[in-house]
Design a protein around this ligand. Structure first.
Ligand code: NAD
Length: 430
């Protein structure tokens, strides 16, 4: 890819955007055709879920300006909410002046849980499991020869005694399993199934649940960015001047609120997930798994808190960091069978699940910055309003040029409401 900066992309007609995108990504138009062919044929949907009757579409846009780990990336984002793609792209533009985003991913290790009930001596059984660890790992390692061949497989076992459960104490075994480029749920669930008989024999207990944990806290990704102070200052539409220092400090103060208050942290993290989910969905990944992992991880200190951290470096520049679980795959699940997900992965040009995780975390961090910057300066509503106003105008029945005109009038009047849109529409139609 030459560059993720495509000047004037916003102003191009929709069909020309796809051509421009293919040129920038050095792909054939045919590689991206699925984006404009409803993404998923109904016949394909019928093979994916039960009782299928069709498909349900979301807008798909491109996050521009991203540099992640030195690579220019054009990021497909599937989302219905206005301002998210624009916000992330704008923050990526600010970040690229200092090199963009850098990321670190841990090994793609997932946790499978096996619940063992009716164990007479929990401590003794735990020790017996650990005594048989090597053979148990060897047993499970043979389950998925594909994963094994590419360097993944069983890594470790942990045993936990759950003392205070509502049904009394029981054992839980954690299987640590490297799933390489898969999301890994099926692979891990199959591995846990395989261990059941041996664990019953070793412990004398009864294996009940065998299932992946979505708290993927051994499969973390961290994205980092620095925004130079001179990129942060701006003059608002109404002429109000915000200096770089004011914006930086306002962002840090806004983050500090989320760091100490779960009520604020929930909304703060929702903003991060606006960016994260949009890419997770576009690439055919399981966004419920990512959501569950993110919020469980945000609570892991015992108090729900911000997934990101904002501060300043020795130069006074703004620094941001986001760490969260990222169980995404580039093989398996819907990533392989959804044509638009395939096109999205091709556009991203990722070769491993870790690379995809790094891009997703970078978009989450950019989106977080967009929200904090808006909140700390002009307020979120203002930025949001013009796009929202268009949706309200459409909902009121406006079509063609009238959408823009009614939206503009409502924003100017500061009355972005369906009843006002209907009034303006009626007045114009008289
Ligand atoms: P999968 O079983 O479709 O694909 C993974 C398989 O692909 C591996 O087992 C391996 O045999 C093969 N493979 C080929 N190349 C590979 C590579 N480079 N790296 C790794 N594996 C490779 O999918 P999965 O990732 O095991 O499971 C994901 C699916 O499971 C998602 O659709 C998800 O929605 C679903 N799911 C999720 C949960 C949960 O999150 N709790 C539970 C059940 C199912």
């Amino acid at each position: 890819m030459s560059t993720s900066r495509i000047a004037g992309f916003y102003n191009l007609p929709l069909d020309q955007r796809l051509r421009k995108l293919a040129d920038a990504a050095k792909l054939d138009l045919a590689d991206l055709a699925a984006f404009q062919e409803n993404g998923l044929p109904a016949a394909q949907a019928d093979k994916m879920v039960e009782n299928a009757i069709g498909t349900y579409s979301l807008p798909l846009g491109i996050g521009l300006n991203f540099i992640v780990d030195g690579h220019e990336v054009l990021v497909p984002m599937a989302i219905e909410e206005p301002s998210v793609i624009a916000g992330a792209s704008y923050m990526a533009k600010l970040a690229r002046t200092a090199g963009g985003f850098t990321t670190i991913s841990s090994e793609p290790e997932m946790i499978g849980q096996i619940q063992i009930l009716d164990v007479r001596d929990l401590v003794h059984a735990s020790m017996e499991i650990m005594n048989h660890k090597d053979e148990l790992l060897a047993e499970v390692d043979a389950v998925d020869p594909v994963i094994k061949k590419i360097g993944g497989g069983a890594r470790d076992l942990e045993v936990r005694i759950m003392e205070d459960s509502p049904i009394g104490p029981f054992l839980v075994v954690h299987l640590i399993y490297d799933v390489r480029d898969a999301m890994g749920a099926n692979a891990v669930n199959t591995a846990c199934e395989k261990l059941a008989a041996s664990l019953e024999k070793i412990t004398g207990g009864r294996v009940h649940l065998r299932i992946l944990s979505n708290l993927a806290d051994r499969r973390l990704v961290t994205a980092h960015c620095t925004i130079p102070l001179n990129e942060l200052g701006f003059i608002a539409d109404d002429g109000l001047i915000f200096t770089g220092q004011q914006v930086r400090d306002g962002i840090i103060e806004a983050w500090a609120f989320a760091a100490v208050d779960p009520y604020r942290a929930a909304t703060h993290n929702k903003g991060i997930m606006n960016g994260v989910d949009a890419v997770v969905i576009a690439t055919g990944n399981d966004w419920r798994a990512i959501e569950a992992g993110a919020h469980a991880y945000a609570s892991s200190s015992g108090c729900y808190t911000s997934l990101s951290t904002w501060g300043k470096d020795a130069n006074g520049d703004l620094t941001g960091e986001l760490t969260m679980p990222m169980a995404v795959g580039i093989v398996g699940g819907a990533t392989r069978v959804h044509p638009a997900a395939q096109a999205a992965l091709k556009l991203l040009g990722v070769k491993t699940a870790s690379e995809l995780a790094g891009i997703i975390a970078s978009v989450g961090l950019a989106q977080n910055l967009a929200a904090l910057r808006a909140l700390a300066t002009e307020g979120i509503q203002r930025g949001h309003m013009s796009l929202h106003a268009r949706q309200v105008a459409i909902a009121a029945g406006a079509t063609g040029d009238l959408i823009e005109k009614i939206a503009l009038q409502m924003v100017t009047e500061k009355k972005v409401r369906i009843d006002r849109a209907e009034e303006i529409l009626q007045a114009r139609n008289k």
